[in-house]
Design a protein around this ligand. Structure first.
Ligand SMILES: Nc1nc2c(ncn2[C@@H]2O[C@H](COP(=O)(O)OP(=O)(O)OP(=O)(O)O)[C@@H](O)[C@H]2O)c(=O)[nH]1
Ligand SMILES: [Mg+2]
Ligand SMILES: [Zn+2]
Length: 296
């Protein structure tokens, strides 16, 4: 009997599929021909499967709306970018890179600040000011000093309904900790960053989707770095939402906002309407992307 469902977990060659119709959870394997065709099912994939005996088989992966490489997951609506104020330290370069990768896949990013309790009042206010810039650029930002206060956690939860949400960000930023505050029954493993580094492993090892607040929400393993290999120099300026507010007024179509005359993005930068750190990171990433090209 052919059924349709979604992969919510993948463990050593097995895929747990949630049946769309009756919410039954079926353990499946992918058929051999996937491996031959080099197609790897991802958590989040919608699949056709059948299950006659104990074990089901994935017959077909339905077309993906989008997919991320880091973390590996498909068909996502929004991403919570868990960003720590300290341990590991806040990096606008890393945050911007993560946001670009998400925007590039047509996923809505939200920024959630953690570990502000480890900052002095002064440093916290500085960071809050930076994050206000992200809010003005168009991102929803959660930046309370007490990261897991009930009001803020509930506000985040309200964004989950009828969506697939992925938690992403650096290892040790607090993704699993935040999820444990949202649903106290999850009991996800968390660990201090030093322990994580000593073991040379991430605390969360696999992507899994949970049913939370009328949506599906994924915890994922964190990363320490991320690249922009899939982004072209043409696409890059379109992945900064605040640039798009001004680029229509640039003299040249396809303006890269670097040295072109009558560039409205640079004018907005000079007027203080675009953050310097974002623009500097833009130039830095443009360079990085051009250097990938030279290597090939
Ligand atoms: N002081 C403080 N510690 C926090 C906060 N949030 C998380 N932590 C601690 O930070 C450490 C890392 O948290 P995790 O939730 O395991 O981080 P993670 O993002 O899931 O990490 P990976 O699974 O490796 O990607 C744990 O020891 C948490 O207790 C916070 O707001 N303040
Ligand atoms: Mg984790
Ligand atoms: Zn321009």
């Amino acid at each position: 009997m052919e059924r349709i469902g979604r992969i919510i977990k993948s463990i050593s060659g097995f895929y747990d599929v949630l049946d769309d119709e009756n919410s039954e959870l079926i353990r499946t394997r992918a058929r051999g021909n996937f491996r031959k065709r080099k197609i790897k099912p991802l958590v989040g994939d919608k699949v056709k499967f059948d299950s006659t005996g104990d074990l089901g088989y994935i017959l077909e992966i339905l077309p993906r709306e989008n997919s991320l490489v880091r973390p590996p997951i498909a068909n996502i609506d929004q991403a919570i970018v868990v960003t720590s104020a300290a341990e590991p330290n806040f990096s606008s370069n890393l945050l911007d890179k993560i946001l670009i990768n998400i925007e590039h896949n047509d996923i809505t990013p939200l920024i959630y600040l953690t570990k502000s309790d480890l900052l002095s009042e002064e440093k916290y206010l500085e960071l809050k000011d930076i994050l206000a810039g992200y809010h003005n650029a168009g991102y929803q930002v959660f930046d309370d000093q007490d990261s897991y206060n009930d009001t803020q956690v509930e506000k985040l939860e309200e964004t989950f309904a009828d969506k697939v949400t992925v938690f992403t960000g650096q290892s040790g930023a607090g993704k699993s900790t935040l999820l444990n505050h949202i649903d106290t029954e999850l009991g996800l493993a968390t660990a201090a960053i030093s322990q994580t580094l000593n073991r040379g492993k991430h605390t969360t090892r696999q992507v899994s989707l949970f049913d939370i607040a009328d949506g599906l929400v994924a915890d994922t393993p964190g990363f320490s770095s991320i690249d922009l290999m899939n982004v072209t120099a043409e696409e890059l300026p379109t992945l900064f939402p605040e640039f798009l507010q001004y680029s229509g007024g640039c003299q040249f179509r396809g303006c890269r906002h670097v040295n072109e005359p009558n560039c409205q993005v640079k004018a907005a930068l000079e007027d203080g309407k675009i953050m310097h750190s974002r623009y500097d990171n833009y130039l830095y990433f443009l360079n990085e992307i051009n250097s990938y090209k030279k290597r090939y």
